[in-house]
Design a protein. Sequence first.
Lengths: 96, 98, 100
Amino acid sequence: MLIARVIGDVVATQKHASHQGRKALLVQPLHLDGSDRGTAVVALDAVDAGIGDRVLLVTEGYSAMTGVGRPNSPIDMAVIGVIDSIHLDDPPSPSS
Amino acid sequence: MILARVVGTVVATRKDPRLEGRKLLILKPVSPDGKDEAGYVVAVDTVSAGCRELVLAVSGSSARMAEGCKDTPVDATVIGIVDTVDMDAPPSKGKASK
Amino acid sequence: MMLGRVVGRVWATVKSAGLEGQRLLVIQPLTPELTSSGKLLICTDAVGAGAGELIYWCRGKESSFPFLPSAVPTDNTVVAIIDELHVDRTVRPLSESPLC
C-alpha cells in the first residue's frame, strides 16, 4: 500500500460495467516527506474519500478488486482507507 | 520477500472493514547488509513488529497468504521479525577463481 | 489505472489467436494536467474508445478481465472514456507537509 493524496476526480459515462457506481479518484502517490512520488493515477474509491484527503492506496489488482467488491474486474488500484495520522520514528530524508 | 525496517505507523479510522483492528506499518526496504534502499511501503502487521525492528515483508498476492489476510484488500504484510542476517564475505577483487 | 489519450491504432494480421477481433489502440500516458508522461503504449480496448479521446486504462493481469471468459493476452486495456476531469492540487489537510 502507498500513502497518497486525492487531487481530483474523473467523470466517465462510457466505462467498464465493473466501474459503474464507484467514484474514480485522481490520486497522487506521496513520498514519506510529503513530496509527489511519480505521476498521479486513477483509483476507484471504496471509502468515500474526498479531494485533499490523505489516503491508503492499494496498487495490486486483487486487493483493489476486493476493496471495491468487484471481483474479476479490470481494476488495478483502489483507495481503501482515509488516513487520520502518520507517525514516523525519524524525520524523513527528502524523497525517501 | 523483502527485508525492511519499520519506520512508522499509519492510523486510519475510515477504512475497509476487513482492515479493522490491523496495525499498519510504514516499512523502508533495506539491503541484506543493512543499508536503506529507496522507497517505502505501507504493510499490515501480522507478527506484532515494533518501531525500528528489522522485518520480513511480502507483497503482491502472497501478502494474502499471511495469517488472517485471506480475501482482504491487502497488498503487503509483515510476516516475520528478523533476528540476524548472516552474509558470506564478499569475494575479494582480483582473486576470482577460474 | 492511469490517464491517457488515444493517439493511434495498430492493425496486425498475424497475431495471437486470443487477440483476434480486438481493437488495439496507441495511448499517450498523461498527467492530470494533461501533459505527456512517459512513452506511448499499445492497449486493447474494452469500451470502444476513438481517436483523440481522453481515457483511463488498467495495467497488469486485470486488464484481461473485461474479456472473460476469453483469455486475451493483454497487459494494458482502456476501461473508460473520460467526460470530465476535476483536479485541485491546492487542497491539503491542515496537518500536512511534512507528512506526519
